[in-house]
Design a binder for this molecule. Structure first.
Ligand SMILES: *[C@@H]1O[C@H](CO)[C@@H](O)[C@H](O)[C@H]1NC(C)=O
Ligand SMILES: *[C@@H]1O[C@H](CO)[C@@H](O)[C@H](O)[C@H]1NC(C)=O
Ligand SMILES: *[C@@H]1O[C@H](CO)[C@@H](O)[C@H](O)[C@H]1NC(C)=O
Length: 384
């Protein structure tokens, strides 16, 4: 116990050392030595798969040659972020097999919300690993990784150094499921809007906890146009008057934009409360909406249709999702098949984006064009 306490104070005493470099308005790129990610399926690299069973084929087919814990045919935005910082892809914290956390860990799981859910995964489809749980796991990882690393041997090459927690980029992409959770409980848009402030209070609490543990650089994605996704358009009631010129369901996008407005305010508030933190708010919504509404211009087709799925207006069927099989005459056949060319499609499975779309999104956001403040990813440790 005494050893544990000692290690923890050593960790906590380091931030003052590094905060001066963060404050400096130098133009040198940040030396991010690790990434710690928090989120949902938009950035899950294997968390839900480790705990509840692998994402089925054809997930992963375009890049990993098979399922890789991601809900996409290939890489996610978080993978492109890691690549561009010269860091390896993030292992999921929950993945006990083959994981290497020397340059960070991923706490995201598909179906995660910011607020704790009161239902099980089986009941509602939402992950029990909500943002507060992801924080408990991070806290545990932070403390115990240092004790174990100090034992030396193989662990030295598998776990981050104490200073990596101070020099890491902390990334967030979460909130979409908090909005859809209310709708799937048959709440009205007004009822969903009413709880958004509570969701963001809980988000702020977690950012502050991470800051208290030495986190200084935060890269925060806002939430996307959920009203353009087949699983929303196919499952929730929409009147003709609610469909926008692109074909998306406007009420759900308006709620997403309201969430984003409040998220941006939360980030402004956090900048006041956390004097040594560099917080970057990234408008992923605008990039995704632009991509969907101008698909052709960007080299994509059928922006509202899933690539991998089965039938219906959106090639999406909630009972026969991507990778699903049925038995015909005792023989299993896959009906949730991939389309011919995922590289020209935006939507992968009705809920998530294809690797090609994720690459497009990453390319748009990496240089700061959609960020507040407008600084590139590699400069996201600098306060403005
Ligand atoms: C879960 O239940 C608690 C207690 O009734 C409530 O405060 C909380 O808002 C609920 N969570 C969600 C996500 O609805
Ligand atoms: C973990 O990954 C890092 C970076 O890719 C590598 O240098 C290290 O050797 C790996 N550790 C082990 C034990 O393989
Ligand atoms: C929501 O409404 C639909 C249609 O009326 C119903 O089938 C479903 O059971 C309701 N869901 C909940 C959680 O109340």
């Amino acid at each position: 116990m005494e050893l544990l306490f000692l290690l923890f104070t050593v960790v906590l005493s380091l931030p003052s050392l590094s905060s001066s470099s963060h404050q400096a308005l130098s133009a040198s790129p940040c030396d991010f030595t690790a990434i710690f990610n928090f989120g949902d399926s938009n950035s899950d690299t294997g968390g839900l798969s480790a705990a509840f069973g692998q994402a089925a084929p054809p997930n992963g087919e375009s890049y990993f040659g098979g399922p890789a814990g991601r809900y996409s045919d290939g890489r996610l935005v978080i993978d492109f972020i890691a690549e561009s910082l010269g860091l390896p892809y993030l292992s999921a914290f929950l993945d006990a097999l083959g994981s290497n956390f020397s340059h960070g860990a991923n706490f995201a799981t598909a179906g995660s919300t910011i607020r704790p859910q009161n239902t099980t995964l089986q009941q509602s489809g939402y992950s029990p690993i909500s943002l507060n749980v992801q924080y408990y796991q991070f806290n545990d990882f932070h403390r115990r990784s240092q004790i174990i690393r100090n034992q030396g041997g193989v662990f030295k090459g598998l776990l981050p150094k104490a200073e990596d927690f101070l020099r890491a980029l902390y990334t967030f992409d979460i909130g979409q499921n908090d909005l859809t959770a209310g709708y799937f409980l048959n709440m009205t848009t007004d009822q969903v809007r009413a709880y958004v402030p509570d969701v963001l209070d809980q988000f702020k609490t977690v950012v502050k906890y991470i800051y208290d543990q030495g986190g200084r650089s935060f890269w925060i994605h806002n939430t996307g146009p959920v009203g353009c996704l087949p699983y929303i358009m196919d499952n929730l009631p929409i009147t003709a008057g609610q469909v926008d010129k692109v074909g998306c369901a406007a009420p759900f996008n308006e709620v997403a934009q309201y969430f984003n407005l409040r998220l941006k305010e939360a980030v402004v508030q956090l900048r006041k409360e956390l004097p040594f933190a560099a917080l970057t708010y990234v408008d992923v919504y605008s990039v995704k909406y632009d991509l969907i509404s101008q698909a052709k211009k960007h080299g994509f087709m059928h922006p509202l249709q899933a690539c991998c799925g089965h039938g219906g207006k959106y090639n999406y069927n909630k009972h026969l999702g991507c990778g699903s099989k049925i038995k015909v005459n005792g023989k299993e056949i896959m009906v949730g098949k991939s389309c011919k060319d995922p590289s020209v499609m935006i939507n992968w499975d009705g809920v998530h984006y294809t690797q090609a779309a994720n690459k497009f999104i990453f390319d748009q956001i990496v240089n700061g064009a959609y960020s507040d403040p407008p600084i590139p990813l590699k400069m996201a440790c600098h306060k403005h």
